[in-house]
Write a protein that binds this ligand. Structure first.
Ligand code: MG
Length: 218
């Protein structure tokens, strides 16, 4: 696959796509999962990335595909074992994304303690907005996220409710992986996930359209 520049921060080409599961208490409860003691990490392949105006393709293998609106962090500086106090210095910018999930495939994987890669990894399963530079966001833990499907709000929550805040996620991930410029971190979804069907028009936004993303489902 050719490199893809990050919209809004074109000096970055999109690298690894790290994702955090179970990072909002109410969402953990709606899926009847256990609260994590440390961040739950998974990855998405590059083919999941699509942009504003693109189309989410529902895969034949699933009959229950959900939206998960998420605050997304773009890394701007290489780092390993980054301290919590220095973590935000490694951020290039922020955007909004949707962690599209084949919930039925994920449920089976959970039952068998199998990885989530298939449930989370189909092509087009990670739409992202254009990103805003880090200094446009005063506090990454005070960002409002919203997603509407066909004009109806399905999820609306503040990043204040994250279990593990952005600085802690960067610190934790960097104890395992060397974070690189262009790496993205999907920071988990609040409550309100629900199924998508062909023809749906999705709009995700943060801070009343400071960044936003519209995609169609087919
Ligand atoms: Mg998610």
């Amino acid at each position: 696959m050719s490199t893809q520049n990050l919209p809004g921060l074109p000096e970055l080409s999109i690298g690894n796509i790290y994702c955090i599961g179970r990072n909002y208490v109410d969402h953990v409860h709606e899926l009847r999962s256990d609260l994590p003691e440390k961040p739950l990490v998974f990855l998405k392949p590059l083919g999941t990335i699509i942009f504003d105006g693109d189309t989410v393709r529902l895969p034949k293998q699933s009959t229950n595909v959900h939206h998960e609106v998420e605050f997304v962090v773009a890394i701007g500086k290489t780092g390993k074992n980054i301290s919590k106090t220095q973590a935000l210095d490694h951020v290039a910018g922020y955007g909004v994304g949707i962690d599209i999930t084949a919930r039925d495939i994920q449920a089976k994987a959970k039952e068998k303690s199998h990885p989530w890669t298939v449930a989370k990894g189909f092509d087009t399963f990670a739409p992202i907005s254009s990103f805003v530079r880090w200094d446009k966001i005063n506090d990454p833990q005070e960002v409002d996220l919203e997603i509407k499907v066909n004009g109806i709000t399905r999820q609306s929550e503040s990043t204040r409710l994250m279990i593990f805040p952005v600085a802690e996620l960067i610190h934790y991930l960097s104890t395992i992986f060397t974070l690189q410029p262009g790496d993205l971190i999907f920071t988990g979804t609040p409550q309100g996930v629900s199924p998508l069907k062909s023809g749906d028009e999705i709009k995700a936004s943060m801070n009343n359209d400071q960044a936003s993303l519209s995609v169609t489902v087919k």
